[in-house]
Design a protein around this ligand. Sequence first.
Ligand SMILES: Nc1ncnc2c1ncn2[C@@H]1O[C@H](COP(=O)(O)OP(=O)(O)O)[C@@H](O)[C@H]1O
Ligand SMILES: [Mg+2]
Length: 256
Amino acid sequence: MPKPKQPRRRAPLVAEPIPVPSPGQRRFYGQGVPNIDVSLLSGRLIVVEGADGSGRSTQIARLVRWLEARGHATTQVGLKRSMLVAEELDAAKGGNILSHTTMSLFYATDFADQLENTILPALRAGFMVLADRYIYTLMARDLVRGMDEAWLRNLYGIALVPDAVFYLRVSPEQLVQRTFAKKHVLDYWESGMDLGLSRDMFDSFLKYQGMIAETFQRLQGIYDFEIIDGDRPAEEVSGELQQKIEAVLRGSVGGT
Ligand SMILES: Nc1ncnc2c1ncn2[C@@H]1O[C@H](COP(=O)(O)OP(=O)(O)O)[C@@H](O)[C@H]1O
Ligand SMILES: [Mg+2]
């Protein structure tokens, strides 16, 4: 007797889904901080990046008012704000005496201190943590000074992956205008004067900020930034940030 015809097997139309880590899982970029149960970090970490004068302080102040009006507890962190080394770091920058590696480690210490003592406890308590810059600025500054990328990625493997990273992109001309309007002088380090790009500080500022912006663009391929057009009026920028943060609040933690 002929065998009953078997239905012909068809190749599935859709390929097997590639397993991807589910969004909403908190994680560190690398080795992280030991003995931290990331599943207990219920707050949100929002990072605002951008050059000097890009409007980070302005936007963070607006976000804090907006979030607190909606009943969220907030806390803020930034570079050189640790109780441990902020003063020493300022002194070292003033003297221009440390090697790049030592300076990087100094900044990394400042970051690690704030991570352990402010960011992680605040996230555990359910706070919205607003970071005025994060590891990306530190990496970009070091990368334009020729430091090894693998070494830096390893160093900042301690960092927690934020829920969102917003990069305020502002044209160098706007940056100069805003910085002059605010401080009347350009900053030595923010102009990259240590790199010897030009003896003219204004010229050096434009060149250096251009190099940093390029590096950020490259880092964007590795880390997930949302680029925000920061050349617009402050209210417009805040409007967009609020919309994006609302989505972060609705979603699960560790969305980036
Ligand atoms: N969107 C904007 N348009 C025009 N000027 C702005 C805008 N955002 C901030 N500023 C002004 O530019 C200067 C630098 O802003 P600030 O928020 O201090 O920048 P950052 O903290 O990034 O250095 C301030 O004088 C601020 O009032
Ligand atoms: Mg500021």
